[in-house]
Design a protein around this ligand. Sequence first.
Ligand code: IPD
Ligand code: CA
Length: 260
Amino acid sequence: MTETDILLRCYAVQGLVAEAGRIALDYFSRKESLGVTMKGTQDWLTVADGIVETYLRTRLAELFPDDTLIGEEGGGDASDAVWIIDPIDGTANFARGDRNWCISIGFLHERVPTIGIIAAPALDELYVARRGHGATLNGQRIAVSGNDDIRRAYVELGWSARTPAQRYLDVMGRAYAAGCSVKRSGSGALGLCHVANGRTDAYAEPHINAWDVAAGLVIVAEAGGWANDFFAGDGISTGNPILCCTPALAPQLRDITGIG
Ligand code: IPD
Ligand code: CA
């Protein structure tokens, strides 16, 4: 695959995510249309998740028939040219009327995270990154905060019921003890974007799935951030722990989180 093939994919997906965002926003504005169900403990699903994923699957298959796709709702297979998508990340926020949700589309070329597009339509924010070409928010270059002092670090700690509560609480306890300010905002994908633009200094979660981070990892790397090797082992199909942060905070945060 040439650099032009990658550039073509990056542009094409920006068009698709704009339309996907309009579809999702329409559901978001009509709460009665959401058809909320639960897949498990705190694992929310709305009608919009399936509709947005089907739209993206159909359009990507038309445009790039040889690529494969893995989606949160419909699964799929990895290949040397694979899209990894989360139709709505932060579904609990979406279902409750909180604007902190997004559509996340990542592309891995030969297992390397290469394109990351994350749209947060209710916030009017579009993050775009292409490997080797920087990261932008609404067209403006972004960079990590550069913070090197753990005692003023702002850390987002993601949680899901997939992780035993004690593991999460241990990490949180060590983070507070070290002097971090800790928060959770309910979208792992946007959590990574917020490291990339310096709103936070780090995002960590003991287990997260590939569709939550495939796009964000490109955005963080292109904004100058550090991340653990998320796609090591079977990360693409079963997930892994995630830690993204400013490079200077990485050694301490690796100790605190036990990740990386
Ligand atoms: C979840 C969110 C959450 C993270 C979880 C994810 P969903 O995805 O990103 O912030 O902590 O690990 O499963 O269910 O909103 O698509
Ligand atoms: Ca998700």
